[in-house]
Design a protein around this ligand. Structure first.
Ligand SMILES: Nc1ncnc2c1ncn2[C@@H]1O[C@H](COP(=O)(O)OP(=O)(O)OP(=O)(O)O)[C@@H](O)[C@H]1O
Length: 298
């Protein structure tokens, strides 16, 4: 049976986190073109069922070694697009356009190499960080690997994500205090890292975290791209430091893509079409103002 395991990452030095030097064995180039997604809506009373267009012809591409951030106001379609790109919405008449992974449609083999971190983590509050990752490894990794190999994989992921210091702390929840929000998010990312995904999608991995912790998480994800992973995330309001870490940015406004390209080119592009801030500002804030239909500072 084929396993999806990659070589173990080498342990890093310095901050206790491992550096991701293992290359992805089967990198993924994702291209999406003119993606339209509709949902069915209920009419009031005797009114017939209608449809609402959530994504209105969105296009883009992301290559191995790149991190794509999807930005936009609340309700603009970021999570929906992430879910579509993660192969979690089946092809029906309601989803049209072309979405290819290395030139092919989403397959079961790709599903095994795809990690998806949802916005709301589902973790057991009474398990420790180590228990959470070891149990996930035992459940998710192929039976061709021994228990010892699976445990070693969990250990490697903990080192890679800087979780060693809190390895014996419980996760916690609303009623019982446990690890911090940033650590908790890293445990969720770790659960997906166990399968060593070629394609990693994350819904709001920094929401609710302060900018320093958010920065650490995005840096960790940036490190992952160096091994050839393809990383896509939705993000609400990144600081300018984070914004410039993204290789590509997709700005959504009411289901329309109003910018797709390098983060570092976004300001020049909008200046060239007549939209430039009159004082220096965080480019992400500027783009969100534009996506909200507010011309900043006017
Ligand atoms: N299954 C569904 N049923 C009803 N409405 C839906 C469904 N899926 C998405 N929507 C609507 O589509 C729009 C886009 O939702 P989506 O969650 O993708 O936005 P978002 O940009 O991720 O928002 P947020 O930043 O608030 O998470 C919203 O208006 C949402 O209510």
């Amino acid at each position: 049976m084929e396993t999806e395991m990659e070589p173990q990452p080498k342990r890093g030095t310095g901050d206790g986190r491992g550096s991701t030097v293992a290359r992805v064995r089967r990198p993924v180039t994702l291209k999406f073109e003119d993606v339209v997604y509709r949902i069915k809506t209920k009419g009031k009373g005797k009114a017939k069922q209608g449809e609402r267009v959530i994504l209105k012809g969105v296009s883009g591409a992301v290559s191995p070694g790149e991190m794509l951030a999807m930005l936009g106001p609340s309700g603009s379609g970021k999570t929906t697009l992430l879910t579509v790109l993660g192969g979690r919405i089946g092809r029906t008449r309601l989803l049209t356009g072309s979405i290819t992974y290395n030139g092919k449609p989403f397959t079961n083999s790709l599903k095994r190499r795809t990690g998806f971190v949802t916005q709301d983590d589902v973790l057991y509050p009474h398990l420790t960080v180590t228990e959470t990752l070891v149990y996930t490894a035992l459940l998710r990794l192929p039976s061709t690997l021994s228990r010892q190999e699976k445990t070693a994989r969990a250990e490697a992921v903990m080192a890679q994500l800087g979780l060693t210091a809190c390895r014996s702390s419980i996760i916690g929840g609303p009623l019982v205090r446990g690890v911090s929000g940033g650590e908790r998010k890293r445990v969720s990312i770790g659960q997906e890292m166990l399968i060593d995904p070629s394609l990693l999608l994350l819904d709001e991995p920094t929401s609710g975290l302060d900018s320093t912790i958010a920065g650490r998480i995005v840096s960790t994800l940036w490190d992952l791209t160096k091994g050839g992973k393809t990383v896509i995330m939705t993000i609400h309001q990144p600081s300018s430091r984070l914004f410039y870490m993204f290789h590509k940015v997709l700005l959504l406004s009411d289901g329309n893509s109003i910018y797709f390209g390098k983060g570092s080119d976004a300001m020049d592009y909008f200046a060239s079409v007549g939209y430039a801030p009159t004082v220096p500002m965080n480019p992400a804030d500027f783009l969100l103002d534009l996506a909200n239909g507010t011309r900043p500072l006017h």
